[in-house]
Design a protein around this ligand. Sequence first.
Ligand code: SF4
Length: 73
Amino acid sequence: MTKISWDDKQPFVNEDCIWCSACVAICPDVFDLNDEWKAFAKELGEYDENDVNDAISACPVVAISWKENFLAK
Ligand code: SF4
């Protein structure tokens, strides 16, 4: 289990999300749904890389990606 620090990169959900909730089912610690019909990634101190990668793979519209945190470097 590899932990990714928020300072390095964070999961990001783009506008293509279709609110299918697959990412929430796979990785509920990280992903949640908002009232604007989109999923979002919670701001956490660290992320389980494998869990997030599983959610990325499961997203039917490829709306999730890792975003490098250039500001913290
Ligand atoms: S799996 Fe993709 S489309 Fe489905 S809720 Fe998550 S981000 Fe949105």
